[in-house]
Design a protein around this ligand. Sequence first.
Ligand SMILES: Cc1cc2nc3c(=O)[nH]c(=O)nc-3n(C[C@H](O)[C@H](O)[C@H](O)COP(=O)(O)OP(=O)(O)OC[C@H]3O[C@@H](n4cnc5c(N)ncnc54)[C@H](O)[C@@H]3O)c2cc1C
Length: 659
Amino acid sequence: MSAINSNIPEGELTGKWTKFKSSVPLVNPSNKRSLEIIVVGSGLAGASAAATLAEMGYKVKCFCFQDSPRRAHSIAAQGGINAAKNYQNDGDSTYRLFYDTIKGGDYRAREANVYRLAEVSANIIDQCVAQGVPLAREYGGLLDNRSFGGTQVQRTFYAAGQTGQQLLLGAYSALERQIGMGKVEMFTRHEMLEVVKIDGKARGIIARNLLTGELERHFGHAVVLGTGGYGNVFYLSTNAMGSNVTAAWKANKQGAFFANPCYTQIHPTCIPVSGDHQSKLTLMSESLRNDGRIWVPKKKDDTRKASDIPEDERDYYLERRYPAFGNLVPRDVASRAAKERCDAGYGVGASKLAVYLDFKANTERYGRIEASKNGIHNPDKETCMRLGTEVVKEKYGNLFDMYAQITGENPYETPMRIYPAVHYTMGGLWVDYNLMTTVPGLYCTGEANFSDHGANRLGASALMQGLADGYFVLPYTIGQYLSKEISVKAIPTDHPAFAEAEDKVRGILDTLINIKGTKSVDHFHKKLGLIMWEKCGMARNAEGLKQAISEIQQLKKDFWSDVRVPGGKDEYNPELEKAGRVADFIELGELMCIDALNRNESCGGHFREEYQTEEGEALRDDENYAYVAAWENKGDGTFELHKEELKFENIKIAQRSYK
Ligand SMILES: Cc1cc2nc3c(=O)[nH]c(=O)nc-3n(C[C@H](O)[C@H](O)[C@H](O)COP(=O)(O)OP(=O)(O)OC[C@H]3O[C@@H](n4cnc5c(N)ncnc54)[C@H](O)[C@@H]3O)c2cc1C
C-alpha cells in the first residue's frame, strides 16, 4: 500500500482545475491576517509565491541566502518562457502544450499537473506584461515568439537573452511592494538549515544568519520551499555557484519524500569544459538552436578549420536523424546525439569533445530578407552577411558577446563550439496536486519539486512552472490546508520542537568546524562531481552505478573525518556554508545513484546503456516503470521506495519519435 496520495481532483482533465478553484475552501480576510507563512526562496518560484500570498492577506516571511531577493539563480535564465497563447496562429493550444510536455518528459509526468500548467501558462504572460516586464515585441508592437526544443510551434516569449532577469525583476517588484507595506518580512543572507515539525506538521524553520552565524527560530502555520535545483551535485554545471539541495534534503530527512532524484537534464549547448581549473560551466541558450545549425565533420579526427570544411563534408546529424524537428529536438535527444558523434571520433576542437553550432546559413538568409526590404536586388554574399549579422546581433547579441569573452573566438565569423553539460534537475521533493509534500503543511514549488517535467524538461518550461506555482497554483491550494488551521495560534518558538531542531543544527555545525582535517570542501565536491558525471551522468549502467554508490559511501566517510573548515561558526563563514551543502550533496548523490540503479529502463535524461533501441534511443519499460519513484529517508543512508503509478488517460503512451 503506497504512503502517497496525489490528491488529483475527480472529473475530466480539462475541468479539474476550474472545478478545484471553484470548490476549494476559502479563508476569510481577517483569518488570513493571523495566518503566517514561511517562504524559503526568492527566485521566480519563491518571490512570486511570497508576493501573491502577501497580496492575498497572509503574513509572510521570505528567506534567501543571497544579499538581495533579485540575485536568485532565476536571474540567469536566458532563452524564454513558454505559454500557449497561439499568437503565431501556428496551431498551438492548451492541449498541445500539455501534449508536448508529457511527450517531452518521456511519459513520466502526472497528467493533471501538466494540464493545469498548460492552462495557466497564458495567465503568466498577462501577469508579467501587466507588471511591465519588457518581453520582446515585433515591429508592430505585438509580443514576439520563438521556438524551443521538442515543439513544432512558436510559443516561447522572451526578453533578449535575459528572460529570467526581466521576469525576476517583475516578481521582485511585486515582492518589494509587499515588503514596503510590511506584509512580507524579508530575511536576506539567511540559510534555512532545518524544518521544524510539531505533531507531524511543518511549523517553522531554523535559519542561520550568514553574516553573524546566529541561529534563528521562525514559526509558520505553513512552510513553502522554493529553493531551486540541485545540479551542482555534479560540481560542474550551468547553475549559479550557490545553488544547492540543503533545504530540500533537510525536508527529506524530516519525512518529505524525494521523487525521481536521478532525472537530470544535460543541456546540449554549453561551452565545453576547458580544463581542471574550472568551477562553472556556461550555457549557450537553447534559443540559439532557432538559427544555429549543429554539425560535425563527416571525416573522423578532421583537424581542418570549420571554414575549410566544404558543405558536402559536413554532417548535420540532428537534421539527418530527426528531419521533423531537426535542430530543435528536445535536450535529452540532442545531448545524446552530440555525445554519440564525439564518442565515435567526430568531435571538434582540441579536446574533441565539442560539436559546431553554426549561424552562417541563417545569417545569410536574414541578410537576403533585409536586402530585399532595403530594395537591394540580387545582393552579393558579403552584403547578405553584413546585413544578416545585424539581425543576429539584435536577436542574440548578449549571448554572442558572452561566448566571445569566454572563448576568445568571434562567433559571428566562426561557428561556436558546444558540448552538453548539467543544467537542470527534474527530480525534487515529491508533491501532490496541491504542491504539498508528504509532510503536512510543507509545500514545495519551482525547480525544487519534481512536479511537471517527467524525465526531461522542455526548454522554456522551468520559468513557466516556477511562476505558475507561485502566482497561480499555490495561492489556491494552500488555502485548502490553511482553512483548517484558522484556530491555531502562532506557536511560540521556545516550544521544545524548536529547541531540539536548533540543537541539532548547532551540533552539525560544531562537528564540521571541529573535524579540522586536511582537505578543502572543494576537494570533496570535485571528487563527488566526477563520480556523478562519469557514472550517473549522460549515460549510466548498473555496474557503474554500483561502483558509484560504494565510492560515494567512502567519500562520505572521508569527508566527515578529513574535511578542513577554517574559521568559526559564530561569524561570517562561507566555507562553513559550503561544507554543509557539500555534505548534503554527498548524501543526495548516493540516492541519485540508487534511484538510477532501481530504474531498469531508459527514459528522457535517464539513459541506462543496457536499455536502448537499435538506433540508440531511450527504451522505456512502461509495464514496470510507469511510476514516480518517491524515496523516504529512513536515516543512516537508507531509503524506502514508494511508487506513484502514472496513469495516461488523455494521451496515448508511445515510443517518443521526433522523426
Ligand atoms: C544558465 C541557465 C539558463 C536558464 N534559462 C532558462 C530559460 O531560458 N527558460 C526556462 O524556462 N528555464 C531556464 N533555466 C532554468 C530556470 O532558470 C530555473 O529552473 C528556475 O529559475 C528556478 O527557479 P526557482 O525559483 O525554482 O529557484 P532559484 O531561482 O534557484 O531560487 C532559489 C531560491 O532559494 C533560495 N534558497 C535556496 N536554498 C536556501 C536555503 N537553504 N535557505 C534560504 N534560502 C535558500 C535562494 O536564495 C534563492 O532565492 C535556466 C537555467 C540556467 C542554469
